[in-house]
Design a protein. Sequence first.
Length: 608
Amino acid sequence: MTEPPKRRPGRIQIQGVSPSIDGGRWPVKRTLGEPLEVSATIFADGHDVLEAALLHRGPEARRWTETRMEHLGNDRFTASIEPETLGRWQYSIAAWIDRFASWHHELERKVESGQADLAGELAEGAALLGVSALTLDEALEAEPPLLREAETRLDEPLELIVDRERARFGAWYELFPRSFGGFAGVGRALPELAELGFDVVYFPPIHPIGTTQRKGRNNALEAAPGDPGSPWAIGSPVGGHDAISPELGTLADLERLVESARVHELELALDLALQCSPDHPWLKEHPEWFYRRPDGTLKYAENPPKRYQDIYNLNFDSDDWQGLWQALLELVLTWAGRGIRIFRVDNPHTKPVAFWSWLIRESQAVHPDLIFLAEAFTRPAMMATLAKAGFSQSYTYFTWRNTRWELIDYITELTASALPEFFRPNFFANTPDILTAYLQEGGRPAFEARLVLAATLSPSYGIYSGFENLEREPVRAGSEEYLDSEKYELKSRKLDGPLLPLVAKLNAIRRQHPSLQRLDDLTFLNTANEQLIAYLKQDGDDAVLVVVNLDAASAQTGLVTVPGELDLPASFAVTDLLTGGDWTWRTGGNYVKLVPGERQAHVLGIEL
């Protein structure tokens, strides 16, 4: 037989803490202004009255601040806070027996039941209050002292990442600077990008491009004279990841562009692609950082059937893995020191999760306003784990979800599971690598449908330049690669696409309506037609109802049902925020007709 424990175990149980990701292994996320509501099941043996407090402290604080938790009933307690500074917070829960409240509650019950002999109870109360004697009236009206007994806390505090708003909400525009005339040309485009309502202008890699095994047009294995090569083949004798391609401009030009963007209330995002061309300086300076076959040759990057002969991957299993990690952290801090605060990270799922967790934590410790977008189109578990590791935003499968039920199932997963506590989606409608069959085949109506869906379903969304020009010709049948892809050749771009007026309207609507700036306020509505998708987004008094025709070829009609349990009046006025039309809608069925070429979607502002 074993002896009893040497230290008396605590009596109070704290269970079912929410939010808590994988038992507290990973942090939850909020942005400034977003409350963190914490709840837990708290109980003990016996009938004592329990109290609890939410403990919280900011990144630089040593002492805990307490917020008293409210007892909801059935042993459930809750409290909320609004963190006021960026960075990594900690939170915990303290629970204790309120000895005075327990005694007072027991005394009241005995009085109510008519018990007459209360001398023992009054003596107990006098001892609690520190007085020599106590009458019944004095006992019932006594002010409670703070008497915490058997206080218990969580074994380990939980963690909260507090980001700035751009981590949650923003419209992104991806462009190749070389197609706009370098940094100077992008600078001339900034005022119009700002007028269009974009928040982030994202650049693919801007570093020197290697010449060895440089790819030609349409991913040809041999480059013709003058072919610029892929920006993702990073590194040449000019420099590596910390250098700028001379064709784009100088470091001073980039710093002026960063400041000009700030003046126009825009931000520049840079691609963080941790890979090297055969000409990268690291190949000579740190050969141990690269994979080598038994015969000593380097292995180029592959993602069958795609082959990247112009790129070598870094070896995170290198004997000098710590030196590699430190060099990559210094790289991020270098660009942050140059004014870059947003990084779109290329293929993070091919690098260790532990590395990302460390890199993001360390870099945000220096610059708490840094934002990292994970470009990981991979297994759901890995995508979720990268978000848990600290990525501020994530690409998603939205691009390939085109039918009504595909969209409903996937977006319900994003909004109604545990994912919203740490996973922030960014709905890019297209990318330089992704031209879906839906866009290829559907023409302008398909582009309009996807644009409205991306901009109204997710607080963060983006388009890659060419989308507004309806570019949709694949390199070959069945491929999602663009013909004459901008990845491998120079183009002459300007902001003149036919979809830009719709982009500007949607971005303006998003800024005007808080309901479109959140992820968790979504309700899908029945349409009685699988080609129509409808949903309500409501945040307090702000509500927007969206209906989209998913059929890019044919007119579709149906009844959009507004259920009675929603917080809407029986009859309410709506205004189409895209066209200005006014209607009266009601609880129940509402007739809708959407005709490609005339109107692909309704975005209805509701007057409450």
